[in-house]
Ligand binder design. Structure first.
Ligand SMILES: Nc1ncnc2c1ncn2[C@@H]1O[C@H](COP(=O)(O)OP(=O)(O)O)[C@@H](O)[C@H]1O
Ligand SMILES: [Mg+2]
Length: 276
């Protein structure tokens, strides 16, 4: 993948070679009302890899993540310009059903948000509204196994999801996301409200899940990015002529390269803790 900076932000990013891209953006910009929040992002997200988004607060990481499953549609005044391709189809074409997009491209949020329902129903609910014809008990067990939660909850599936610890709730949300059989799982700072032990479990889980899924994780924790991701995208914010700050993609490459040999000065400074 190539790096990108302010003088070079119209260049298409390269395919990393050994993998195919699942998602691709072209000159993607996002506005809230008249305010530019994210500018001219060109990037490809490789299949069955973990891509980390890092950068200071307010540089548009969550905004970009939401573009990938059209969650920004639900935010008043949010306007997306440019293109996002999912398997070479324009996600923002009028022919595309955003509900189907969100099934294929799932999301796990910063704060665990189980439904106020039983552990079992947290998993089964989505499949049921999709009218899926499979054995529900099996789906529940398999999804909880996959999310490394089964052994902890198998004897209390009727208890409320909200009765679990924070770390367990987050794994329940991951189980709920993968029960819908998505291709991509977006994770927006999924460990920021978890203790170190739960964080480690979720990180292990991310490692296992990439065998099957494409994962994008936003994280504030640079050690986490270096531990879990194959590719890292560093975003930064800059002041516009109108005096507001907008985010842009600075550098995007294999995680080892970004951390050991960052190309942009801003990346170097961010990684060495000079700002954040
Ligand atoms: N729902 C929203 N309404 C208006 N502005 C928003 C909204 N969400 C984010 N923004 C603005 O967009 C910019 C990028 O925010 P965000 O994507 O949350 O950044 P990050 O996730 O990198 O911290 C910020 O200036 C933020 O204030
Ligand atoms: Mg965010």
């Amino acid at each position: 993948m190539s790096t990108q900076n302010q003088t070079n932000n119209h260049r298409n990013t390269q395919n990393p070679g050994e993998t195919t891209a699942v998602l691709q953006t072209e000159k993607l910009s996002v506005y809230y009302g008249d305010t530019l929040a994210l500018r001219d992002v060109y990037m490809e997200i490789p299949k069955q890899r973990v891509t980390a988004f890092i950068g200071p607060s307010g540089c548009g990481k969550s905004t970009l993540l939401r573009c990938f499953n059209r969650l920004n549609d639900l935010i008043d005044k949010c306007r997306v310009e440019g293109k996002v391709f999912y398997r070479n189809k324009n996600l923002y074409s009028p022919k595309i059903d955003p509900v189907e997009v969100r099934r294929r491209i799932g999301m796990v949020f910063q704060k665990p948000n189980p439904f106020p329902k039983s552990i079992y129903e947290n998993i089964a609910y989505g499949a049921r509204i999709q009218n899926r014809k499979e054995n529900m008990d099996e789906l529940v067990e398999r999804s909880l196994q996959r999310a490394a939660l089964w052994s902890e909850v198998k004897d209390k599936l009727k208890e409320n999801g909200l009765s679990l610890s924070g770390g367990q709730q987050q794994r329940l949300c991951i189980a709920r996301a993968i029960a819908l059989k998505p291709e991509v799982v977006l994770m927006d700072e999924p460990c920021s409200s978890l203790d170190p032990v739960s964080t480690q479990r979720v990180e292990e889980l991310i490692h296992e899940l990439k065998e099957e899924y494409t994962i994008i994780i936003v994280t504030h924790n640079m050690q986490q990015a270096s531990r879990v991701s194959d590719y890292t995208a560093f975003f930064n914010a800059e002041e516009s002529d109108k005096g507001n700050r907008f985010g842009y993609l600075v550098e995007y490459d294999e995680t080892g390269k970004v951390f050991s040999n960052p190309q942009a000065q801003a990346t170097k400074e961010y990684l060495s803790g000079k700002f954040g």
